[in-house]
Write a protein that binds this ligand. Structure first.
Ligand code: PHE
Ligand code: ZN
Length: 879
């Protein structure tokens, strides 16, 4: 354990900065052994917000070697400043002054991948959230915004490409073989948006004509071997730029927009002004190396980072408690974009599933926090599904409440009012309120409280009065405003016209366009003129991130599955039905009864295959049973093995029952057509491969030849990977082994493909030995310093191979803990993110819960725990 425990930082302690930095001039002299960073800061006291403050200047900095400090050209002597672990204090400064600081850093030894570091042969930076302090002493906080000019100097042959934010304004070559490029960014920005790249890169170029007629140069920089993998990202970028103009009226604001792909990166990508840096897995694709899901991820992330130019960069966050201001809103924007480019219903289903499995679990665990947290120890731990996805849901609810037009008025006002500012979530909501002339006071609770609200609904039909009553009760003592989209299905499955009884429905209800605003602890709606008892379709489109309970009968679910006009609820009815059947099998298991699967489930899934109103993408989604992690999330006490056994049983019975039809479907869809990454083809491949993976679960018939054949004959990675995965995840170990071996031989020179190869093995759903994971960890293709490889093996193992991670002897937990301990010193952010699967130990059956806890205690006892790991482990053990 550490001698001094890391401290929490509180939102309530926020104070504006005492100084502002008008201009930031940086010079980077990059060498192999060290890099020298010279800064010249034009500073003044922040009299506006701190009238009369005459105290010292305190800058933050970490792991910097200080060479010299000058104030207004005068070298400071040792008694004029103090250097501490994380700060530099200058005792006396004037109201306005020029501060010059020289420091040295060692990017080549930076394994944390924050600040300036080396990825392969190139230099790159990652400054969000607090990485800039590893580059130079500075006011590293998002409310200090400055104009940056950056000169980068390096060896011209090793690093022909030198990039930073904004426009290149000057180039020089020196006799020494070094050269320099100076960049100037005309937009004020916080230092977390600073970026620098130096390397030997090739560039893919294109242009975009903005709505006002300006031409923007678009450039994607990659290592030479990847230049054939840039087309799709460029295409996605142009579509994003156009979409943001049309949907939000937002035009790009520089003459050049650059993307750089790097192999070593802690996250997906980063929205640095004019110079986005991407994890190569989120930007590089061609049909031979990337799957359809990789293409979809690239489209979404390119859009996400581009959209940050307005929601994040032009208008940024005042402090890191406001992180969701940019992330929640930007995720919402990229979700709208994805919905517009592809199937909106399928996108909604995927997002809701992510909320219900991952975010609800976070909300129920020791790291639960509000969308606007009120404290943290390490901000890097707060790049969470709550900040991102729940933050997106909250923005989505505002859109539902205001309507599309009102929401657009609100976003226009927000961008206009706060352009160039660092603001709070509250200011975002105020803009929405002001533009629409209404109050969202009660609604704001969504930002401030952790946890998932529960709404219990009961219904009553009055046969005589022909009324239908829905009663809603919400769990929280202080009620939320919850938009609940709903409909009532009549006898033949049609949506009934909803007429409210004004007198008997509880007061203050607003019911608009199918959306009911639940505002009180308990409320009742009475619908009149209902001739027969209807089936309610509740929480359509997943209109709020809540758990809604209504006691559906299986027949009602079958009815919704067949008729609900809301695509999300149609899918959800199938999920609820399957869940209910799986629960039933679990209780049969427990009581040692013969296992019986309700035949209605088989008929229902079977008839999905005959429906022509469902498109391929939707059908593929509907055929997949609820995931083990979703089932787990619905359980009071989690027994992964019992869940897996029941789910596998149902899946096998389904596979056997549907095999003949699935085979026909498979063969009908398995046509070669020249790979294109477009929605229609992707949906077709998705459905075909869903059918294939079912077929390989069948006990009757022998379908492995289909998989082997698809593995050997295809023109794209999607089909290749799907065949490989279906072999690995079914009982065909010989075929799986030989496919894995030949795959590796074919692809070992392509790191992104090798990562998928590692992941498909690490994530195996088949019971196996934890030693398999050990083998992957000592394979030549593994490298613990590369976050993508860690995610592929360790992350996938703990997150997807649940039966093995939860191996009865505790070996899975131990393996994870061993690796967290190794990563704690190498890369604390990555180490800390891997703690999540252990952190929910209290929810697991006793023996497993205790084993998980022991591993957490073992981690806690390590010397020199990083703040990142300390925060998650200590909160997991104490709460
Ligand atoms: N801001 C990045 C995003 O769009 C995420 C990120 C955070 C990347 C921190 C790197 C470090 O979502
Ligand atoms: Zn983001």
């Amino acid at each position: 354990m550490q001698d001094t425990q890391p401290k929490s930082i509180y939102l309530k302690d926020y104070q504006p900065p005492h100084f502002v930095i008008e201009e930031t001039h940086l010079r980077f002299d990059l060498f192999e052994e060290y890099s020298q960073v010279d800064s010249r800061l034009v500073m003044r006291r922040n009299h506006q917000q701190h009238a009369g403050y005459t105290g010292p200047l305190v800058l933050v900095g970490q792991q910097l070697e200080l060479l010299s400090i000058k104030v207004d050209g005068e070298l400071l002597t040792a008694d004029e400043y103090q250097v501490e672990d994380d700060s530099l204090t200058i005792n006396t400064v004037a109201d306005d002054f020029i501060l010059e600081i020289s420091t040295r850093i060692e990017p080549q030894n930076n394994t944390a991948l924050e600040g300036l570091y080396k990825s392969g042969g190139m230099f790159c930076t990652q400054c969000e959230a607090e990485g800039f302090r590893r580059i130079t002493y500075y006011l590293d906080r998002p409310d200090v915004m400055s104009i940056f000019t950056t000169e980068v100097i390096a060896d011209a042959s090793k690093y022909p490409i030198l990039l930073s934010n904004g426009n290149a304004v000057q180039r020089e070559t020196f006799a020494s073989g070094r050269h320099s490029v100076t960049w100037h960014d005309p937009h004020k920005k916080p230092c977390y948006l600073f970026a620098l790249v130096a390397g030997s890169l090739l560039v893919k170029e294109d242009t975009f004509k903005t709505m006002s007629g300006r031409t923007v140069d678009l450039q994607i920089f990659v290592e030479p071997q990847n230049i054939d993998k840039t087309d799709y990202a460029m295409d996605a970028l142009k579509r994003s730029m156009k979409w943001d103009e049309e949907k939000y009226g937002r035009e790009y604001d520089l003459d050049i927009f650059m993307i750089v792909a790097v192999d070593d990166f802690n996250m997906g990508a980063m929205e640095n002004k004019g110079l986005n840096i991407f994890n190569s897995s989120c930007v590089l694709a061609n049909p031979q190396t990337a799957t359809d899901s990789a293409y979809q991820r690239i489209e979404a992330i390119v859009a996400h980072e581009y959209f940050h130019n307005w929601s994040g960069n032009r208008v940024t966050c005042r402090d890191w408690f406001q992180l969701s201001l940019k992330e929640g809103f930007t995720v919402y924007r990229d979700a709208q974009f994805t919905a517009d480019m592809n199937s909106a219903t399928v996108k909604r289903i995927e997002d809701a599933a992510l909320m219900r499995t991952v975010q609800f679990a976070e909300d129920a665990g020791p790291m639960a926090h509000p969308v606007q947290p009120d404290s943290f120890i390490e901000i890097s731990n707060f790049y969470t599904v709550t900040i991102y996805e729940k933050g997106c849901e909250v923005v989505g609810m505002i859109n539902k409440l205001l309507g599309d037009e009102g929401f657009r008025k609100g976003s226009d006002l927000y961008f206009d009012r706060h352009d160039g500012q660092a603001v709070t979530i509250n200011e975002f909501v105020s803009a929405m309120e002001d533009a629409n002339n209404l109050s969202l006071t009660q609604f704001k609770r969504w930002y401030k409280s952790a946890g998932t609200p529960i709404v219990d609904v009961v219904s009553q039909y009055d046969d005589v009065a022909k009324t239908y009553t829905l009663n809603f009760k919400q769990s929280c003592a202080e009620p939320f405003l919850i938009p609940i989209e709903l409909g009532l299905l009549g006898e033949s499955g049609q949506d009934l016209e909803l007429v409210m009884d004004e007198n008997t429905s509880s007061k203050g209800d607003s019911f608009n366009g199918g959306i009911f605003q639940l505002t009180e602890k308990e409320q009742t709606l009475v619908f009149t003129g209902i001739e027969k008892e209807p089936v309610p379709s509740l929480l359509r489109d997943f209109s709020a991130p809540i758990k809604l309970n209504y006691d559906y009968s299986r027949d009602q679910l079958l009815f919704l599955l067949q008729y609900d006009s809301d695509g999300f609820n149609c899918w959800d009815a199938g999920q609820k039905l399957a869940l209910d059947v799986i629960y039933e099998v679990m209780s049969q298991q427990q009581a040692n009864l013969p296992l019986m699967v309700d035949p209605r489930l088989l008929t229902a899934y079977g008839s999905l295959l005959q429906r022509d109103d469902l498109d391929h993408a939707m059908l593929a989604k509907m055929l997949i049973l609820p995931s083990i992690s979703y089932i787990a999330e619905t359980q009071e006490e989690i027994d992964i093995h019992a869940i897996n056994q029941a789910r596998t049983h149902v899946q096998t019975i389904l596979a056997d029952a549907l095999a003949a039809d699935l085979e026909i479907l498979y063969k009908r869809l398995n046509i070669t057509q020249g790979y294109l990454p477009e929605p229609g083809q992707m949906a077709q491949r998705g459905l075909k491969n869903a059918a294939l993976s079912y077929l390989l679960k069948a006990t009757s018939g022998d379908y492995k030849a289909l998989a082997v054949n698809q593995f050997e004959n295809n023109d794209n990675m999607t089909d290749s990977m799907a065949a490989l995965a279906s072999l690995v995840n079914s009982n065909h170990s010989l075929e799986a082994r030989s496919a894995l071996d030949s795959f590796y031989q074919q692809w070992k020179a392509e790191p992104l493909v090798v990562n998928q190869w590692l992941a498909v093995q690490a994530g195996s759903a088949e019971y196996g030995h934890v030693e398999n994971i050990q083998k992957l960890l000592s394979h030549e293709a593994f490298d613990i310093k590369n976050p993508n490889k860690v995610r592929s093996v360790i992350g996938t193992f703990a997150g997807q191979s649940l039966v093995n991670f939860h191996a009865e002897d505790g070996s899975g937990y131990q393996l994870l803990a061993d690796n967290i301990i190794s990563l704690n010193t190498l890369n604390p952010q990555i180490a800390s993110r891997l703690v999540a699967p252990l952190s929910k130990w209290r929810r697991y059956v006793d023996q497993q819960g205790q084993q998980m806890k022991q591993q957490l205690q073992r981690i806690m006892a390590q010397p020199a725990l990083s703040k990142d790991v300390y925060e998650v482990v200590s909160k997991s053990l104490s709460l």
